[in-house]
Write a protein that binds this ligand. Structure first.
Ligand SMILES: [Zn+2]
Length: 229
């Protein structure tokens, strides 16, 4: 990978879903997926690069791009832009904060799906970039059970779900921006208020019933059995 990217110019940086795309000249893209513990950032002086970085890309103005990944679950690779874009185009649905994600598009996609609501939301072909935490929080806000079959949810409730997804993501973004302290530095905790995620056995903030945890698609789902139907 390093041989392919050395000497190339970074033309722009884009994001699709959970994929970070650093567009280089010559039709190449440096493709990064952070997974659980990855972190990608630029530092003003390459001599200050952390010793435990997985990848250090030195720039010709003395800055450096750092890829840290303590559990080494993430991925960074140099690929032909054309084939990557074709691949992602087939894998990724609409960006939830873009104009292409509307109540209508969510409604139409839901009609064709027998998936339980939580798995539908985490399916990157349905909504790009939505992960486990925010899918659970959006379902709680719209009072939809994570087990509810998508095609059985009414138009009105799909409207609430759409509003909840956009609201949760915007608040999460604001909270991440507040927590950002500088290149590679985040204060310990973001202050996004989690109503259900990670709260198994604790009382629901709305009704005091205990939050329940179930497993769906190999991942934990947290929800309130009383509020969410
Ligand atoms: Zn509740």
């Amino acid at each position: 990978m390093l041989r392919r990217v050395t000497g190339r110019t970074v033309e722009r940086i884009e994001r699709r879903g959970k994929h970070i795309l650093m567009r280089l000249d010559g039709g190449l893209t440096l493709h990064t997926h952070l997974k659980m513990t990855g972190n990608l950032y630029a530092i003003p002086d390459r001599r200050l690069a952390p010793a435990n970085a997985r990848v250090i890309l030195e720039l010709d103005d003395d800055r450096a791009v750092i890829f840290e990944d303590s559990r080494a679950l993430g991925r960074m690779e140099a690929v032909r832009s054309q084939s990557l874009d074709r691949l992602l185009g087939g894998e990724l649905g609409p960006e939830p904060l873009s104009g292409e994600f509307t109540v209508e598009s969510l409604w139409l996609a839901s009609r064709r799906s027998k998936q339980p609501a939580k798995l539908f939301l985490m399916d990157q072909r349905r909504v790009a970039g939505l992960g486990n935490i925010y899918a659970a929080e959006a379902l709680f806000r719209s009072r939809i059970s994570p087990r509810k079959r998508m095609s059985g949810i009414s138009r009105e409730r799909i409207g609430s779900l759409h509003e909840a997804i956009v609201g949760v993501l915007n608040e999460a973004l604001e909270s991440a921006c507040r927590a950002y302290a500088g290149p590679g530095e985040f204060s310990e905790a973001e202050d996004f208020p989690l109503a259900v995620y990670g709260r198994e056995g604790e009382p629901c903030l709305e009704c005091s019933q205990f939050i329940r945890r179930i497993t769906q698609g190999g991942r934990s789902t947290y929800y309130c059995p009383a509020c969410q139907r």
